[in-house]
Ligand binder design. Structure first.
Ligand SMILES: Cc1cc2nc3c(=O)[nH]c(=O)nc-3n(C[C@H](O)[C@H](O)[C@H](O)COP(=O)(O)OP(=O)(O)OC[C@H]3O[C@@H](n4cnc5c(N)ncnc54)[C@H](O)[C@@H]3O)c2cc1C
Length: 510
């Protein structure tokens, strides 16, 4: 980096190039602000990063997205950001984009479109038609209370009705029916939000479920294209992105405003406003513990993160395993909320299966991703090690052995879903909680960041504004995780600088 760029004062300095950082950067650059994004890794995108081994491309934190049918929320947000027509997308099967599968081999397919979904569920559980209709109506009603989700800035809002945030997902679904299988089917994709029985609010379930019902798509040849397209778009609007820039501290003026951030290599970036796309706890460390009120710091530091994951990627021998244009949520327990609270000997009881769509492979799958739950405590022994491409480090043989054992357990379980699959596998790779911790820069490899809790909804809410007058937050810890949730968070962050009504009108007009 040249001296001249170091001395430039940007309107916005954004720490982290996850989706939240890149989306904010684009929104602000499109409004004419000068913006720089600083990323610690060799690759931009955070969870949007992919990696390749033996000529196969593996997604790390995005397997499919919802809300992409014409006119739906994410479709419109991506259109406004100028990337929609540049993304290579594959719509999942209309009659089965997700399949909820149980240990007894029974499968229940989710269909796209709320009415289609409802009718198909009723065909599985005709005697439960009333409960299913009530559930679908509640999904729609709950989502209608989140104006931005519906590209609105006013109207009936969850803010005026705290009961929306306090309704628990498990309790609400259980209140609809005594049919345990139906309860499990309705919450069967709860790995999407790492659902915890007495904590996950129904609104989290509803916002995510409804988004997938309104257009579920995979990214052809990998999800990193979102980050690539956003970075191209940003550069076209004059924004800059620098990789290998790990922000470690900030300098302040005598009014308590940040003047510049300091990178690990000593470089500094001056700015008027600063946005952190990094986990709030890490943000507090970077910007100085002493700069935050104890009450805020203590609350944020005490918040529980969602569990981490052990993500297994297998590649297949040519033309052996047929591509699945849907995902599977496999539950070996008759309680879809139970797999997160696992016993080591029976792990994994719950996992997500998907085959990425690789254009040159056509009918056959190139690889499969299997996402399981894993507590960070399982990799505690190696917590003192660190390894990324940008900061290479070594973990010992015991760690490699741990990973191999866990991979073998996952593949053994997978055999019960796809008998004979082991013989089709060419290579196996995996990412542990430590991989996610190091690449994303959070405390413990959490999948979705701070966990929302229906019993204390306000305590688990993170505001985009902080007590430091020119420090703002964005990303999955703000509104909601996931591609849609983080995109919405970016808009919420930017409302501090751009008129809300005008901005959302632009999104609608895009
Ligand atoms: C296994 C897994 C599967 C998922 N699958 C899906 C899915 O199929 N669909 C979906 O919608 N969502 C999915 N998600 C969730 C989704 O990927 C995330 O919610 C979202 O991408 C998070 O974006 P973010 O803006 O919060 O930033 P993050 O992705 O958390 O990125 C933060 C960025 O900040 C950088 N950074 C950290 N510290 C520093 C520092 N000190 N200096 C500079 N840079 C720094 C990091 O390197 C990173 O690039 C999945 C998540 C996981 C873990």
């Amino acid at each position: 980096m040249q001296t001249s760029a170091v001395q430039k004062e940007y309107d916005f300095v954004i720490v982290g190039s996850g989706l939240g950082g890149l989306a904010c950067a684009n929104i602000l650059a499109m409004e004419g602000y000068s913006v720089v994004v600083l990323e610690k890794n060799h690759q931009i995108g955070g969870h949007l990063q992919v990696y390749s081994r033996d000529k196969s491309i593996y997604d790390t934190g995005v397997h499919y997205v919802g809300g992409l049918d014409k006119g739906e929320n994410l479709h419109q947000f991506f259109k406004y950001l100028g990337i929609l027509d540049k993304l290579k997308l594959k719509r999942l099967d209309n009659d089965r984009f997700d399949v909820i599968r149980f240990g007894d081999g029974c499968e229940y397919a989710y269909a796209q479109g709320i009415e289609h979904f409802e009718e198909q569920l009723i065909s599985y559980f005709p005697e439960e038609a009333a409960a299913i209709r009530t559930y679908c109506a509640k999904l729609v009603e709950t989502c209608s209370k989140f104006p931005l989700y519906n590209l609105e800035t006013s109207g009936e809002s969850y803010l005026a009705d705290e009961s929306v945030l306090a309704l628990n997902a498990f309790d609400y679904i259980a209140s609809l029916t005594n049919n345990i299988r139906l309860r499990n089917v309705l919450a069967g994709s709860n790995l999407l939000y790492a659902g915890v029985k007495h904590k996950t609010p129904f609104y989290v379930h509803a916002l995510i479920m409804k988004s997938y019902l309104t257009g579920a798509y995979k990214f052809i040849d990998g999800g990193s294209q979102i980050a690539i397209q956003l970075s191209r778009s940003l550069r076209q609007h004059g924004g800059q992105i620098f990789k290998y820039k790990k922000v470690v501290a900030a300098n302040y003026d005598d009014k308590g405003r940040i003047t510049e951030v300091v990178c690990e290599n000593g470089e500094t970036f001056r700015g008027k406003e600063f946005i952190s796309n990094v986990h709030p706890v890490v943000t507090i460390d970077i910007f100085g513990q002493e700069r935050f009120l104890s009450i805020y710091k203590n609350r944020v530091q005490a918040l529980e993160d969602s569990i981490s994951t052990f993500l297994v990627h297998v590649s297949f021998h040519d033309n052996t395993f047929e591509y699945l244009n849907y995902n599977i949520y496999q539950h070996h327990l008759d309680d879809v909320w139970g797999g997160i609270d696992y016993d080591k000997p029976t792990w994994p009881q719950t996992y997500f299966i998907c085959t990425p769509y690789i254009s040159k492979k056509g009918k056959y799958a190139d690889s499969m991703s299997i996402m399981t739950y894993m507590n960070a405590s399982e990799t505690e022994e190696w917590a003192g090690t660190f390894s990324t491409v940008a900061e290479p480090g070594k973990r010992n043989e015991a760690y490699e052995q741990f990973k191999k054992e866990r991979e073998a357990k996952v593949i053994a379980k997978l055999e019960s879903v796809f008998p004979g699959i082991s013989g089709m596998i060419k290579a196996v790779h995996s990412a542990s909680p430590l991989t996610f911790r190091d690449y994303i820069g959070n405390r413990n490899g959490t999948m979705y960041g701070i966990m929302k809790d229906s019993s204390s909804p306000l305590r688990t809410r993170i505001n985009t504004r902080t007590k430091i007058p020119n420090l703002h937050l964005t990303g999955q810890n703000v509104s909601l995780h996931g591609i849609l949730g983080v995109t919405v968070s970016a808009f919420v962050t930017c409302f501090s600088f751009i008129d809300k009504e005008q901005l959302i009108q632009k999104v609608k007009n895009a």
